[in-house]
Design a protein around this ligand. Structure first.
Ligand code: NAD
Length: 731
């Protein structure tokens, strides 16, 4: 057997100080896996067993200290542990916790010299050291972010942090998973000292030379948690409030925050060794559940792969955009121009007249002014960014553009005219991307003399904040264009998904199915308050009726009419159309006029919004309402069913694109891991059976498609099934 690579180097100097340098061979970041645990165990044996060693410094040979557990490896192994007996699993999940406990009880003083970011298991390693010195540089942040992927810190984080800084003070760091800057970490008591990077090791060394303690406070006789245990009258109310807040924020959809509360509560009443075992028990439950599995898979593993160019066709030179043409300086154009300028790209922001172009730049000016006001940006950086944006009306300025994004009105004729004018000036190699929300890219490309250089880049609003870009490959889009567009998205530091061309692509049809069904519920006589509240209970960020008001009822009605005119053969009016038209006829155009499904407090009198009482007269609620459970199921299922249809039709090529797009683009609940993780987590046969039940109860649009039935019959899952290759383009 080949021995594990030595992840941690151990060098002992003449003064008997062991320098343990974590430097994972072949990796750019130190991550925690079995090789790391084995290596640390060997280091502890040496430090504890060698009488000549007086103490140890733990540091890293990379820029960051330790990034945390190797989630890539963890995700790949998730299915391998399914059959292990519970005691075996308990041993596995507790292995990191045990080696950290060995470190702090090895009898020699250990100091962490945290030279860069220490996250999750990396910060837990530092917590298991007797002393912590942190490099005083902005990049050296520390934290326990496990909750963000549905997990909890399982190597002592939920036990050591409260024993250091108090149960109540530890709660937000654990429950929200926020990072602490060096100054915040020092103030909170998470580290003992800060040091300039050049002095870090010397500061740590000096602590060892000053005859330090080799016992943690919680291993000393008579130790008491600062502020008291969970039963202390000063602490107990925090659990009552904390539990209520967790339930209000998560609607019981996320188990990890409650598990963290339990670790804190139970652990604070137990001695450390027992408390660590309680933490392992909760970690094991969280790690084996569908929530963390889906969140790790989508929000970490697949998102990282997408950002690293999973879909980029090979064999093309890396592309770097230096000059962007942004056509249309409206809501989207202004946001995209700002993002590009922030990444060092020169932008020509072009509109029909100078005033409209200037308005687009004003969006950037306002957004950056806020940053400067809040002390988040220096004024000279703001000036440099703004200097890169040139508002204009002259297409001649685009003669040396590398890339053009079009975000003019959602009108085929307007877009076609812009495309023709661009064709006349753009260099041969320049890619033209349309930010259309729903028009087929292959159709828009027809207006261009170079359809191979035409592609869809669907940004989300507000474009300078939303992380997703849906990349739509038209029928004629070339591999070179796709590669160039993906390099551009990477340059903007956004997350791409790649889909095939069809009306509504993936994300617009996906959210459309949700909103259409929800408004259809109102027509059926479901109480509108129940519709929006059940969507919130299901984990949607905003209720569908409230979203429709925000997006504008007027826009929805006009978009429907335009589609009917443009595609008379394909147009199928949704269930929502009669409802939207009825509201529109009464002048209820949406939030912008203060009237939609809700009355909106535009005067700022402090009442926010309330459901329009007249809605009950138009659509009287049925005497017997469906149960919240059924509505919650219906809301999640109608979206998952639409995602499966998009896969069946070849719009989606891999489940990961659907999952990332649904969560990052349109707010499908993150705890599910996305619609495909949701279906896999339930199991195809059970999902199909439940969809059939919902269809019997609520209508045929909830009937599962053929692909789902076939996969259920074959015992397949979306992630188990091999994704089709990119070349198999549809549309
Ligand atoms: P908008 O109305 O805010 O802006 C459109 C801009 O295009 C206006 O400034 C207008 O003056 C300009 N324009 C119109 N015709 C032009 C022409 N011939 N030449 C140059 N400029 C012209 O619209 P928006 O919300 O920014 O949407 C733009 C595009 O992005 C649409 O295709 C829309 O479907 C899509 N989109 C919008 C959103 C969203 O949430 N608003 C999200 C994703 C995609």
């Amino acid at each position: 057997m080949t021995p594990n690579p030595e992840v941690i180097r151990c060098e002992v100097d003449a003064q008997g100080i062991a320098l343990l340098t974590i430097d994972y061979p072949g990796k750019t970041m130190n991550v925690i896996d079995q090789a790391f645990i084995d290596s640390l165990n060997r280091c502890i044996d040496r430090v504890a067993g060698d009488a000549a060693i007086r103490g140890a410094i733990v540091t890293s040979g990379k820029d960051a200290f330790v990034a945390g557990a190797d989630l890539m490896a963890m995700e790949a192994n998730l299915d391998n542990t399914a059959d292990d007996a519970l005691p075996v699993l308990f041993e596995k999940y507790g292995s990191l916790s045990r080696v950290y406990r060995r470190l702090e009880t090895c009898g020699k003083p250990v100091v962490a010299a945290i030279n860069g970011t220490a996250m999750g298991g990396g910060f837990e390693l530092a917590l298991a050291c007797h002393h912590r010195v942190l490099a005083d540089v902005p990049s050296a942040v520390v934290g326990l972010p496990e909750v963000q992927v549905g997990l909890l810190p399982g190597a002592g984080g939920t036990q050591r942090l409260p024993r250091l800084i108090g149960v109540q003070a530890a709660m937000p760091w654990l429950m929200e998973g926020k990072h602490a800057s060096p100054a915040q970490a020092l103030k909170a008591g998470m580290v003992h000292a800060l040091a300039a990077p050049a002095d870090l090791l010397a500061t740590a060394r000096q602590w060892l030379l000053d005859a330090p303690k080799s016992v943690q406070p919680w291993d000393e006789k008579g130790f008491k948690i600062p502020g008291g245990t969970a039963l202390d009258p000063r602490v107990a109310p925090a659990f009552v409030v904390g539990n209520t807040m967790v339930l209000a924020n998560t609607c019981q959809n996320l188990p990890a925050p409650l598990a963290i509360q339990s670790c804190l509560y139970e652990g604070s009443l137990l001695p450390i060794d027992k408390a660590l075992r309680v933490e392992t028990k909760y970690l094991m439950t969280a790690a084996r559940g569908p929530v963390s599995r889906g969140m790790i898979r989508t929000l970490f593993v697949n998102k990282t792969k997408a950002e690293k160019g999973l879909h980029r066709p090979a064999g093309f030179e890396p592309f770097r955009c230096r000059r962007l043409g942004m056509i249309g300086a409206g809501m989207m154009g202004g946001g995209i121009a700002l993002t590009a300028a922030q990444r060092g790209i020169d932008v020509v922001l072009l509109d029909r007249d100078q005033a409209a172009a200037d308005k687009g730049k004003a969006y950037a000016e306002k957004a950056l002014a806020k940053q400067v006001e809040r002390g988040r940006m220096a004024a000279d950086r703001r000036d440099a960014i703004l200097a890169r944006i040139t508002p204009a009306t002259d297409y001649e300025l685009l003669r040396d553009a590398d890339m053009v994004v079009e975000a003019v009105f959602e009108d085929r004729a307007v877009k076609a005219e812009v495309t023709k004018r661009l064709d006349a000036v753009l260099p041969e190699t320049c890619v033209l991307a349309s930010n259309t929300s729903a028009l087929p890219i292959s159709l828009l490309a027809k207006a261009s003399a170079r359809p191979a250089r035409f592609i869809g880049l669907h940004f989300f609003s507000p474009a300078d904040k939303m992380p997703l870009v849906e990349v739509i490959r038209g029928r004629d889009t070339s591999d070179a264009t796709l590669a160039q567009a993906l390099d551009f998205v990477a340059q903007l530091k956004k997350t791409p998904i790649v889909v095939n061309d069809a009306r509504g692509f993936f994300t617009s049809r996906f959210i459309g199915a949700f909103i259409d069904d929800a408004i259809g519920m109102v027509a059926e006589g479901v109480n509108p308050a129940l519709v929006d509240n059940c969507a919130r209970f299901a984990g949607m960020p905003v209720g569908p009726l409230a979203i429709t008001d925000e997006l504008s009822i007027e826009l929805s009605v006009h978009a429907g009419q335009a589609q009917q005119k443009e595609f008379p053969d394909q147009y199928k009016p949704g269930r929502s159309v009669p409802v939207l038209e009825a509201l529109y006829a009464q002048g209820r155009l949406g939030k912008k006029v203060g009237k939609g499904f809700y009355d909106h407090d535009l005067a700022g009198e402090g009442w926010g919004k309330r459901l329009w009482p007249g809605l009950a007269a138009l659509y009287p609620p049925q005497a017997s309402q469906p149960s919240p459970h059924d509505l919650k199921q219906r809301i999640l299922y109608v979206q998952a069913l639409e995602a499966a249809k998009a896969m069946q039709e070849g719009v989606l090529l891999a489940p990961a694109d659907g999952d990332i797009g649904a969560i990052l683009g349109v707010g499908f609940p993150a705890y599910t891991g996305g619609p495909f993780c949701f279906i896999d987590g339930i199991g195809l046969p059970a999902f199909v059976a439940e969809a059939d039940r919902l269809a019997d109860r609520f209508g045929e649009h909830l009937r599962p498609c053929a692909l789902l039935r076939e996969m259920a019959a074959r015992g397949q899952t979306f992630y188990g099934r091999t994704a089709r290759p990119m070349a198999a383009t549809a549309a």
